[in-house]
Design a protein around this ligand. Structure first.
Ligand SMILES: *Cc1c(COP(=O)(O)O)cnc(C)c1O
Length: 495
């Protein structure tokens, strides 16, 4: 029996995993969710012996039931290979009493690689299974991180092309260099004279342009999205929580069935939702600790039961968490309102119309697995400095938000449960913020000068992702106006 995915909104659409991956978003605008969350029935002693790929296989086959074992294994083998700079794929590092789960050893040194290295293979396999003859064209607007991770994932994957739009002048110099030097004949990177919102709106307009879809279909292409609401991104993220637990057990850090806490620096709510799914599969997770930066809309929600995006928006040193609408939260809401489509739809309508919604006290009571808090800019910088001074371990700004929130949780609760902190980016991705947290004098250094200094200070080798762009040739130099995006797409696909 195949696991069926249904939409959080009207719930009429019922599809298998491969169709949900192909579609991304349900036709009614809702998110695909599994009708039941499967149980993890693997024995912990068996899990303890597994490497990352083997763990991925046992976890993902529970969710992607219409993929054959061979198809799934093939996707996993292509994803978690030498693109990662360690065979462990996601190592655990103990520092100051907590376990940091380093999710940044992939091609772009941020945790998006964990899912975006496998998504292209899931997507092309899903296309084959569903007799899609067209090539898949991934269209993405990026404020920096997602674009590069998607480019790296899709580069040279047969049957796909990828087009990334970014705001020219609106991403960091390293981020821009990472994107414009991207290799792969099927990749196309375009700067737009506009901001991220304009890039995003432009992409949305292209997705809903029916004439364009027809024109592309005649040429053998169809659009798809690598967005974080795709279940093809969510499911691979469940894997590393199971892997981390099994590793702690294998290394005798925890006993059988011993509970652990998980702390996740959160933006769109995808990563922490994966941990929630892992808990619902039966993984012994106690608290899911949701960490926010100054954009603390989630903290307020966990405190009050009211989600309210009507507030000041802050640009912080943890930009991947600068989000006021956490899209994946809808999947949690759907679950805590008792999988009631109408109730969920009502709340989401309120979010569109009023920018806010409020859950009832009995629904809020179902959030007891979660703890929310936030770290200010000052607290985040202090945490990087404190941890470095105490242990020599250097963490990035996003991870520091999580580490600080964990400190607050412990001070509040005195809970001594062993805890895993999701470390979502390499400090090399945010060198300036990281190093100036340790000493303001580093601000005088150039971007690559900062990397060299960080390497000395933290005693870690500069990752390939940085070394390879130092002298890399620029391969993409197209810049366009926001009203030219369609022409640019058509001309790229006519080559
Ligand atoms: C995307 C991202 C996050 C936020 O993850 P969500 O799944 O969107 O909550 C946190 N840290 C880094 C470095 C990221 O790139």
């Amino acid at each position: 029996m195949d696991l069926i995915y249904t939409s959080t909104r009207q719930g009429k659409e019922k599809v298998k995993a491969s169709e949900a991956i192909l579609k991304g978003l349900a036709s009614d605008g809702g998110l695909f969710v599994p009708e039941t969350i499967p149980t993890l029935d693997a024995d912990i002693d068996d899990l303890a012996k597994m490497d990352y790929k083997q763990t991925a296989f046992v976890v993902m086959r529970k969710f992607l039931t219409d993929f054959t074992d061979e198809e799934l294994q093939n996707c996993i083998d292509k994803a978690y290979d030498s693109k990662f700079d360690t065979e462990e794929i996601a190592p655990l590092v103990k520092a100051d009493g907590a376990y940091y789960l380093e999710l940044f050893h992939g091609a772009t040194i941020a945790f998006k690689d964990m899912a975006l290295s496998i998504l292209p293979h899931l997507l092309t396999t899903a296309a084959k299974k569903n007799n899609v003859k067209n090539d898949i064209v991934i269209l993405t607007a990026t404020s920096g991180d997602t674009g590069k991770a998607a480019l790296a994932g899709f580069a040279d994957v047969p049957g796909t092309k990828i087009i990334v739009f970014y705001p020219k002048g609106g991403v960091s110099p390293i981020q821009e260099k990472q994107m414009v030097t991207q290799k792969g004949d099927n990749t196309f990177v375009v700067g737009i004279n506009g901001n991220f919102d304009q890039a995003q709106s432009g992409v949305k307009a292209l997705f809903s342009d029916k004439e364009l879809a027809k024109e592309l279909d005649a040429k053998g292409y169809q659009f798809s999205s690598a967005n974080s609401i795709n279940i093809g991104r969510l499911v691979p993220q469940i894997v590393y929580y199971v892997y981390a637990y099994a590793k702690l057990y294998a290394e005798h850090k925890i006993a059988e069935n011993e509970m652990i806490n998980v702390v996740v620096p959160t933006g769109n709510f995808g990563n922490i939702l994966a941990a929630y799914y892992a808990k619902n599969m039966g993984l012994p997770i106690n608290k899911l600790i949701c960490a926010s930066n100054d954009n603390k809309v989630l903290y307020d929600f966990f405190e009050t039961g009211k989600y309210d995006k009507n507030r000041e928006f802050f640009l912080t040193t943890s930009p991947s968490m600068d989000i006021l609408i956490s899209s994946n939260l809808e999947r949690l809401i759907y679950r805590i309102v008792g999988e009631d489509n109408d109730k969920n739809q009502e709340l989401m309508n309120s979010l569109v119309n009023n920018g806010s919604y409020e859950i009832t006290p009995d629904v809020k009571a179902k959030l007891k697995d979660f703890y929310g808090n936030y770290a200010s800019e000052k607290e985040t910088a202090e945490k990087i400095n404190d941890l470095y001074k105490k242990t020599g371990y250097i963490i990035d700004t996003h991870t520091a938000v999580a580490a600080k929130v964990y400190d607050k949780y412990k001070a509040e609760t005195q809970d001594e449960t062993k805890t895993v902190i999701a470390s979502t980016a390499s400090p090399y991705k945010f060198t300036r913020s990281v190093l100036t947290s340790i000493d303001a004098k580093y601000d005088a250094l150039s971007d690559f000068g900062l990397c060299d200094e960080l390497s000395k200070l933290g005693n870690v080798k500069i990752p390939n992702a940085i070394e390879e762009i130092r002298n890399a040739e620029v391969r993409h130099n197209t810049v366009c106006e926001t009203n030219e995006m369609k022409n640019v797409v058509v001309s790229f696909l006519s080559k």
